[in-house]
Write a protein that binds this ligand. Structure first.
Ligand SMILES: C[S@@+](CC[C@H](N)C(=O)[O-])C[C@H]1O[C@@H](n2cnc3c(N)ncnc32)[C@H](O)[C@@H]1O
Length: 209
């Protein structure tokens, strides 16, 4: 992807998060069921380290820290991290930092597991292979990855996509480096405006397939 496109995508997110009135419909304090279950059944083991990629205002990372994980949230939009720090900055086991995951993953550290709620699906297609490479750089073999991905287009009408196409696209993108353990329907958020999606549990392969 041309650097100019990446810059304008980042600027766009920064401007949205910098607007005090920005209250996205997908943001929610009611934790998504696949995240809750990943802690309950040990996919995200208590005491282990987990990276929340594109953490926005930090609700998921804060939930994971409250559940006994060592959680780090990163986002390339500084105002998003400012919001996260303002609300959750004093929690134990929780850190936030500004970073572009696709460019700076090598500097972010190593983690036992990772989670993405809505970051990958917001990336331009040309940059997605960089994302997978970045994920491989910070997870060990067998490291778990939970991906929450929408199943509609980014337009005001939120036109639905064929679930099979979304699934095939994700599995095609990740299959060399990750084994898919499960895929299930989910909803982002709750209340009057939930958004449909898919939750993928993946595990990094021992060696590329
Ligand atoms: C749809 S929002 C989801 C935010 C949060 N995960 C949540 O569920 O509320 C996507 C987030 O990914 C961030 N993002 C997009 N591309 C990124 C990148 N390359 N590196 C880090 N963060 C990124 C955006 O700034 C935005 O906050």
């Amino acid at each position: 992807m041309p650097a100019g496109d990446a810059d304008s995508t980042r600027r766009n997110w920064r401007d949205r998060w910098a607007d005090p009135g920005f209250a996205p419909h997908w943001r929610s304090d009611a934790m998504d069921e696949p995240v809750r279950r990943a802690v309950e059944d040990g996919f995200f083991a208590r005491g282990s380290s987990v990276l929340d990629i594109g953490c926005g205002s930090g609700e998921v990372a804060a939930f994971l820290a409250d559940q006994g994980l060592r959680a780090t949230g990163i986002d390339h939009a500084e105002p998003a991290i400012d919001r996260a720090l303002a609300r959750f900055g004093d929690r134990d086991g929780l850190a936030f930092r500004v970073a572009d995951f696709c460019v700076e993953a090598g500097d972010i550290g190593r983690f036992d597991a990772a989670l993405d709620r809505g970051c990958l699906h917001s990336l331009p297609p040309a940059i997605k292979p960089d994302y997978v490479r970045a994920l491989c750089a910070l997870l060990p073999p067998e490291g778990g990855f939970l991906l929450l991905h929408k199943t509609h287009k980014t337009d005001p009408a939120r036109e639905r996509l064929a679930v099979g196409d979304v699934r095939a696209g994700i599995e095609g993108l990740f299959s060399d480096a990750f084994e898919t353990l499960s895929v299930e329907d989910m909803q982002f958020g709750s209340g009057s405006d939930p958004m449909p999606g898919l939750a993928f549990r993946m595990r990094r392969r021992q060696s590329p397939g």
